[in-house]
Design a binder for this molecule. Structure first.
Ligand code: FE
Ligand code: FE
Ligand code: ZN
Length: 283
């Protein structure tokens, strides 16, 4: 069965997110670890976490994805900002120790004209320092659209970051369909080729999750504006191909489309239907 969910607000705690997920037909979900613009995280509530873990077990919720604030920049020019990214990620990962199956996704950062190579070096240095802490969550680098000076606009850049990390055994990648499309990877006409390229550059074993978003913009636009599934330049058929692809269909999928909960519920139902129709056709 498809493992699919959407981005949920974490303001009411974990149990509330779990219940919301079940209500809209999801069996996983993504959430911001704190205000997406940074700022202080709420204190952990052990009762909420215990109640959530039991609820998740009962309802088959698994492989949830924590998303770091997108304003963190591990390769900022200013040392204070880099330290802030490190401190925030450590604090997030410390909290995630209470949610055993959670993964942690972050935007690698923007090199702000220092050059990709310098940016890559800063990001991998930070990951080395995080490794020293011994946290357990799988850390995912997100594929980026290549807006401005974003690192992660190509599979090669993500590979370069991981290659420089001393122990990269707990690093993975979250592929965002809008971002790779905006980054110039044509998943609409050449999904197979893009998967092969990912495999040869990074290795499919590193692919741990996908963000399913349609795109408002054209292939290679480097814009990063998400659209509802089937209403953008990627189109519904590509999403059908993704959720039925033998090398992708077991991954956890997360919607980050511009929707309210009702909209997410419809998209989850649509993608589940796509996944099942193909299975029947195949027989
Ligand atoms: Fe993201
Ligand atoms: Fe994303
Ligand atoms: Zn995005």
């Amino acid at each position: 069965m498809l493992r699919i969910g959407c981005h949920l607000s974490s303001s009411k705690g974990f149990l509330a997110m779990g219940k919301e997920a079940v209500k809209i037909g999801a069996n996983t979900f993504q959430f911001f670890t704190r205000n997406p613009r940074g700022g202080k995280a709420k204190e952990l509530n052990p009762e909420d976490i215990a109640a959530y873990l039991e609820f998740a077990r009962e309802h088959g919720i698994a492989r949830i994805l924590a998303h770091a604030p997108y304003t963190l920049n591990a390769c900022a020019k200013d040392e204070g900002l880099r330290q802030f990214a490190y401190d925030t990620m450590c604090d997030d990962l410390r909290r995630l120790e209470y949610i055993p199956d959670a993964m942690y996704n972050f935007h690698p950062g923007s090199h702000v004209k220092q050059g990709a190579e310098t940016g890559i070096a800063y990001i991998s240095d930070m990951l080395d320092r995080i490794n020293e802490k011994g946290y357990h969550a799988t850390i995912l680098l997100e594929t980026m659209a290549g807006k401005g000076t974003e690192i992660g606009r190509s599979f090669e850049e993500l590979r370069a970051v991981m290659d420089r990390v001393e122990d990269n055994s707990r690093l993975g990648v979250c592929m965002d369909t809008c971002h790779v499309f905006d980054g110039g990877y044509d998943i609409t006409k050449n999904l197979e080729k893009v998967i092969e390229e990912f495999n040869s550059v990074i290795g499919l074993g590193r692919l741990k999750a996908m963000h399913l978003n349609d795109s408002m913009n054209l292939l290679g636009s480097h814009k990063d504006r998400h659209e509802k599934i089937g209403e953008g330049m990627i189109g519904a058929e590509t999403f059908r191909a993704i959720v039925t692809h033998p090398k992708l269909k077991e991954l956890p999928f997360f919607l980050e489309t511009p929707n309210d909960l009702d909209g997410y519920q419809r998209e989850i139902a649509l993608l589940r239907q796509m996944a099942e129709t193909k299975e029947e056709d195949g027989r």
